[in-house]
Design a protein around this ligand. Structure first.
Ligand SMILES: C[S@@+](CC[C@H](N)C(=O)[O-])C[C@H]1O[C@@H](n2cnc3c(N)ncnc32)[C@H](O)[C@@H]1O
Ligand SMILES: [Zn+2]
Length: 215
């Protein structure tokens, strides 16, 4: 059993580590508010010039096996109660980052088809950077980069004029358009509003934010 002194030192170190993490997740540029897109979102509190490093997306670095385990377990929970979300980023070939920690404010940034930010991987850290000037009061957003294969499970409500209706990475939009064309040709055409509500039950079910494993 560790001595009392040793335990105290370990507690202090842990406390210091947690404080440092908390600080890393803070940002002078934004705050959390209720979102028009979904649930809570993150809003600019000040003018943010293009290329600003707005906030760090912090979390726990986990290996792929643990990442799959957490992803699957969240999916199972979601199937039961429909409200589980997973906040996992692909970090490297061997590691992911699970941002589902309370001090990670950036986990609440919603997706948009015309985002004002992007997620940048630098080594083992992820930052949310402004890709254009952002006015105070604007909601921050980035492209979740979801795969087109399960597009129907993720209707998009970003409300942008060019919204494609689903949370799908921009690089896969051509594929999405093809799929939508085929669907519209072979099935009765629904009004846009009906199409948007498609699959909302499972909307929160597997929010696995997977960036390409390029780092
Ligand atoms: C990482 S969370 C983002 C924070 C979320 N708004 C909240 O309050 O927990 C991701 C979830 O938010 C929702 N979401 C994010 N962007 C969205 C969008 N453009 N349209 C619809 N739902 C969105 C989806 O349910 C997604 O699974
Ligand atoms: Zn959209």
């Amino acid at each position: 059993m560790p001595s009392k002194n040793k335990a105290n030192t370990q507690d202090r170190l842990l406390h210091r580590k947690m404080l440092a993490l908390w600080k890393r997740g803070e940002s002078e540029f934004c705050e959390v508010r209720g979102s028009n897109i979904h649930g809570r979102g993150v809003y600019a509190t000040t003018f943010i010039p293009k290329d600003t490093r707005v906030i760090e997306y912090i979390g726990e670095i986990i290996d792929k096996r643990e990442s799959d385990r957490r992803g699957n377990s969240q999916q199972r929970k979601a199937q039961k109660n429909g409200d589980a979300a997973v906040y996992i980023f692909t970090l490297t070939k061997n590691y992911d980052l699970d941002g589902n920690v309370p001090w990670n404010i950036a986990r609440l940034i919603n997706h948009s088809c015309a985002p004002n930010c992007e997620a940048c991987i630098v080594g083992r850290r992820i930052y949310i950077d402004a890709i254009r000037d952002i006015q105070p009061g604007e909601e921050l957003s980035f492209d979740y980069g979801f795969d087109v294969d399960c597009f129907e499970e993720h209707p998009c409500r970003c409300g942008k004029p060019k919204c494609v209706g689903y949370i799908v990475g921009k690089d896969q939009w051509p594929e999405l358009h093809k799929k939508l064309e085929t669907r519209n040709t072979f099935s009765p055409k629904l009004p846009a509003s009906a199409q948007q509500t498609c699959g909302t039950d499972s909307m929160d079910s597997d929010t696995i934010i997977k960036l390409p494993a390029s780092a």
